[in-house]
Design a binder for this molecule. Sequence first.
Ligand code: HEC
Ligand code: HEC
Length: 359
Amino acid sequence: MPTPFGTIYSTNITPDPETGIGRWSETAFIRALRSGVDREGRHLYPAFPYDHFTRVSDDDAKAMYAFFMSIDPVRSSAPPNDLPFPLNVRLTLAGWKLLFLRQVRFVADPSKDETWNRGKYLVDGLGHCGACHSPRNLLGAEKASASFEGGEAEGWRAYALGRSSQSPVPWDEAALTEYLARGSHSQHGTAQGPMANVVDNLSLVDPADVGAMAHYLASLGKSEGRKDVETAPSGPGRLPQAAGIQAAAPSIPSDPGGAIYAAVCASCHEGDRALPLGGVRLGLSTAIAGETPTNLVNLVVRGIPASTGGSAHPIMPGFGDVLGDRQISDLANYLRVQIAGKNPWNGLVKAVTEARGNR
Ligand code: HEC
Ligand code: HEC
């Protein structure tokens, strides 16, 4: 797992006695889950999200232990982590925990309904959604005061959720349920990058639990203090908020980005093409309205590779070999300003370089 600090390898959690957790007691397992300490008492890196799992109930923690002990053991050791000093010294983590780990079990809010409480329990605990969707401080701990304000994950932007969401169409409970359960929604597009793995996992979760997470998350968007989306220039090409229709892309021959959009992207993204090749109208995409250009340029450079899964899985070609850095920047800038109607992004050129490097 790449982190801003270096590479951390996930260890074997099958019940193999030599290389896995076969010799671990239930107590040792639950201690690792909640306190980030392994069987020998060594501190674990918070890339293992024990800062979230600490909220997991006794019953669920015991059920997880029983499950892991029941799977087939696999003999395999993870390579050593690739971390610089002092992070490679696990004792450093004791200090980190002292500062940032709050070991608190989930407590239900009696003023809210049962579904809401179930959803919050899952989102904050086992779902560890904030591990990606919340910003982190310089020491890699989530900023408690900025939950769900958007974060980074493996070279992708995990967009803000709830009241700071930048989605052109506000997320409601029904849309969240569908997106989390199926990985896509007609007004929001498809989950990409690390979120694609999350929705793969959620497809195995009880639909009632996925619905509860959506219910809880939707309630976070209803705050009075909803930040207004940054003031946008109004003019032709501006997408009417939440209208679900994109104004016809203005053909400005003098805008090189617009010309690239019309020639390369429009045939798949103008709405009447079916999956696997039909993409959402880009005026609906958080990739263009969001805080950073990261996901847009990742997609343009790498595309969406065909999967071996169902035939309706979306496919988009990558354009990293066809378009130069300057063209990708012009295109992104055109989409951002003309289609999303927002102020130009900072750091666009850097994002393009990073997207190529990540490939
Ligand atoms: C491993 C990191 C990671 C985790 C964990 C994660 N997400 Fe995401 N999430 C992302 C990324 C990256 C994106 C952007 C995906 C894209 O561009 O298609 C995303 C996108 C989303 C979106 C779409 C937002 C928008 O405006 O388009 C929703 C909703 C969402 N995640 C909900 C969740 C929920 C609920 C959980 C917990 C069950 C969760 N995520 C856990 C990384 C993560
Ligand atoms: C051959 C068809 C095809 C072409 C050409 C194409 N795309 Fe896509 N694109 C897709 C499909 C399919 C998806 C996945 C469905 C979705 O999320 O909209 C997608 C997804 C996206 C997304 C994510 C939308 C979201 O929020 O889920 C962005 C951004 C995007 N494309 C931008 C572009 C740009 C910019 C171009 C031109 C350089 C382009 N695409 C060209 C088919 C295409």
